[in-house]
Design a protein around this ligand. Structure first.
Ligand code: SAM
Ligand code: FES
Length: 351
């Protein structure tokens, strides 16, 4: 079945279910994923400097530590000057992509986001800007794109309607989340979708729905990492997702989407000390170390025991060099855009 998946980049629902129903480690699956990853991206690991610029959020996702109703969180916002200084420092450390991520915080109007994006582009024209600001109207995405943003991360979280309702309050909808993703794609962003592994009530069939949605959307980036429990959320009594299933899914997704940018997530590094290294040898090719000022890092606590909250950006960068080198790969100092051959293949077969 793994041969078939590698060859055809697809499986039937039944076959996928068989692969996903267990979280046993599968060396052949990992080997094939790594071979495919190396055939597309060689030994390169793409890095993105993550700037968590606000932990204010108007939403109340049941799994998330910075949800609006969590009154135990001390809230912060970074000024545009602080964001720019994170980028300046990151540039010196070799980052050529900055990811600005935050809760859904209306303080950052279109006007302010456009200003921040243009200021970064004016100083670091050779860098890509990725945004992860949640759901906004299409006109807002368009304005920020016109100001110079290149990419947008918006995990769909789950493509299974019933599951979506169990993870989110009534005010949110899967239909809107999907519409945002299609809008972003239409505007011309390199889009990232994705989901948590092992989120409460997730089933094999909801994961298959996630994979089918990804096949429809064909995003440039696919962010998957384990769900990790946070004690100040309604899901405080649920277990976190497993390392093994997260790695299996990374490998399966690499085989189905050979050209995708797949991060070895911070969440993966949080559930296992060498989680990110394992991610890189199971199909992942991107890491997103933290560039936020050390003073606010602990406050962006989506889940418990999040790693890299005490180190300065430079320390994180050197630690990462060592970790990546231990896998036999090497960090590439460039924007790290998606290779577009997959689009060419799809065009050639008339899809
Ligand atoms: N507000 C933006 C959005 O909704 O896309 C970006 C910030 S949001 C915190 C980024 C991602 O964190 C979410 O898409 C979700 O998948 C992930 N996340 C939230 N809570 C988590 C948890 N408890 N464990 C693992 N990942 C989590
Ligand atoms: Fe908004 Fe998590 S609920 S970022």
């Amino acid at each position: 079945m793994i041969d078939k998946l590698t060859r055809e980049m697809n499986l039937s629902d039944g076959e996928l279910a068989e692969l996903i129903a267990t979280d046993r480690h599968d060396a052949e699956l990992a080997r094939n994923a790594d071979r495919v990853r190396q055939s597309v991206y060689g030994k390169d690991v793409y890095i993105r400097g993550l700037i968590e610029f606000s932990n204010y959020c108007k939403n109340n996702c049941f799994y998330c530590g910075i949800r609006q109703s969590n009154e135990a969180v001390k809230r912060y916002r970074l000024s545009k000057e602080q964001i720019l200084s994170c980028c300046d420092e990151g540039y010196g450390l070799g980052f050529r992509t900055f990811v600005l991520q935050g809760g859904e915080d209306p303080y950052y109007t279109d006007e302010l986001m456009c200003e921040i994006v243009s200021l970064i582009k004016a100083r670091h024209g050779d860098c890509a800007i990725t945004l992860s600001l949640g759901e906004r109207p299409k006109a807002s995405y368009q304005a920020i794109f016109d100001a110079g943003a290149d990419r947008y991360l918006l995990r769909h979280e789950t493509a299974d309607e019933t599951h979506y309702r169990m993870l989110h309050p009534e005010s949110m909808s899967l239909a809107n989340r999907k519409e945002c993703l299609w809008n972003l794609k239409e505007i011309g962003y390199q889009v990232g979708a994705g989901f948590m592994v092992g989120s409460p009530y997730q089933t094999v069939s909801s994961i298959i729905a996630d994979i089918r949605f990804l096949q429809e959307l064909r995003p440039a980036m696919i962010g998957i990492g384990p769900y990790i429990t946070h004690k100040e959320t309604p899901f405080k009594d649920f277990k976190s997702g497993s390392l093994e299933l997260s790695l299996r899914l990374l490998s399966i997704i690499r085989l189905m989407f050979p050209y995708a940018l797949l991060p070895a997530t911070t969440a993966l590094g949080t559930i296992a000390p060498n989680g990110r290294e394992l991610g890189l040898t199971h199909g992942a090719n991107v890491v997103m170390p933290n560039l936020s000022p050390v003073g606010v890092r602990k406050l962006y606590e989506l889940y418990e025991d999040k790693i890299c909250t005490g180190e300065e950006a430079a320390e994180c960068r050197f630690c990462l060099d060592r970790r990546v080198a231990s896998t036999g790969y090497a960090i590439a100092v460039h924007r790290g855009d998606v290779k577009d051959a997959q689009q060419e293949v799809l065009a050639a077969i008339g899809e």
